[in-house]
Write a protein that binds this ligand. Structure first.
Ligand code: ATP
Ligand code: FE2
Length: 324
């Protein structure tokens, strides 16, 4: 069975093609880049998706060596995400499915991040640290659903890093530049905000910006914001492992690319005699392949067709009958 998956929740318009052995045959994308000094403008991101989607589809088919006639299933990101972006993806998926008479199903973007991670790591029952621009969640399977054991209370960790970087004059995406600058920095005192199992980043961004105004070197701020954000995440992840009695940590989302974060979580997992894995870069950021793979397993376990979007669809509201 060949499945074509469409991702369009935020800045990435992606199309992935996979088969039922979990082989990724193509994973193409086009990424909307906001103007200098701006964050994502949802309507503009939607326009970007509309303008680039035909080209991304062409490239994905070419790369996979397949034609539309070979595709057995079309899947798309039904949510959560920015409504103008979600609609552009759903509309495109619906037309493709209709024109070619192929079944269509919608999948949850966050669950798709988990499923592609389980595929690449081979972990059966991990605690997942999903850290991207808009999302920060510590998730694990419990009582028939993926449940969120900890999450951000204000903005996502990637957006928090990007926002800090933008305010001090770095270009989008700012977080990788912060990672580089951090290598030359040293620790300065910052607030540490964990409430129960939840995290709050925006007050720490404000504290950093205040210190920047009073002349603190940027390298020190970059180093310290990373140390404090990633320590908070590691603390909550460790508590989730202990509470659930699990021993596998799976890191995914765009922020998973950060080597310092990988190092901290790896060390914590090893100290507990557990295992750590990170999802490869091309599959950890937003991508179409994860939507294709999740859709394929959802379809095989009997998920019904959908033709709508849900911009606030929560991870723990998703039925996941394919997880044993
Ligand atoms: P979602 O829609 O799930 O919130 P997203 O649209 O933010 O995802 P991703 O590609 O998953 O897309 O993540 C992008 C985020 O990852 C951006 O905030 C970016 O700055 C951040 N990022 C990329 N590289 C690094 C890095 N090396 N260190 C930290 N953050 C990074
Ligand atoms: Fe994502």
């Amino acid at each position: 069975m060949i499945c074509l998956g469409i991702e369009s929740t935020a800045h990435t318009f992606g199309i992935g093609i996979c088969d039922d052995k979990g082989r990724i045959l193509a994973n193409e994308r086009s990424v909307y880049k906001p103007k200098k000094g701006w964050g994502i403008v949802p309507m503009e991101a939607g326009k970007h998706h509309e303008e680039t989607r035909d080209g991304v589809l062409r490239k994905a088919l070419e790369k996979s060596g397949k034609r539309m006639e070979d595709v057995d299933l079309i899947t798309y990101s039904r949510g959560p995400g920015l409504p103008p972006c979600l609609y552009k993806g759903m509309e495109f998926a619906k037309n493709l499915a209709g024109e070619n008479k192929i079944p269509l199903i919608g999948v949850n973007h966050c669950v798709a991040h988990i499923e592609i991670g389980r595929l690449t790591s081979g972990f059966k029952d991990p605690v997942v640290v999903y850290v991207s621009g808009g999302n920060t969640q510590i998730i694990s399977f419990s009582e028939s659903r993926y449940r969120v054991f900890g999450e951000c209370m204000d903005i996502g960790i990637g957006n928090a890093l990007d926002k800090f970087g933008r305010s001090v004059g770095l270009d989008f995406p700012q977080a990788p530049k912060i990672e580089q600058l951090a290598k030359k920095g040293k620790w300065i005192d910052l607030p540490y905000v964990v409430k129960g199992m939840d995290l709050s980043f925006s007050g720490i961004v404000t504290a950093c910006l205040n210190k920047h105004k009073s002349g603190e070197p940027l390298e020190n701020l970059c180093y310290s914001i990373q140390e404090v954000f990633f320590s908070m995440l590691t603390e909550v992840t460790e508590r989730a492992l202990a509470h659930l009695g699990k021993d596998q940590v799976l890191l995914t989302g765009g922020v998973a690319a950060n080597l310092r974060l990988q190092e901290m979580l790896n060390k914590m997992a090893k100290e507990r005699k557990g295992k750590f894995a990170v999802v490869p870069r091309e599959l950890s950021g937003d991508n179409g392949a994860m939507i294709a793979w999740n859709g394929l397993i959802a379809h095989k376990s009997g998920q019904k067709s959908s033709r709508d979007v849900d911009s606030r669809w929560r991870t723990d509201d998703v039925d996941v009958p394919w997880v044993k």
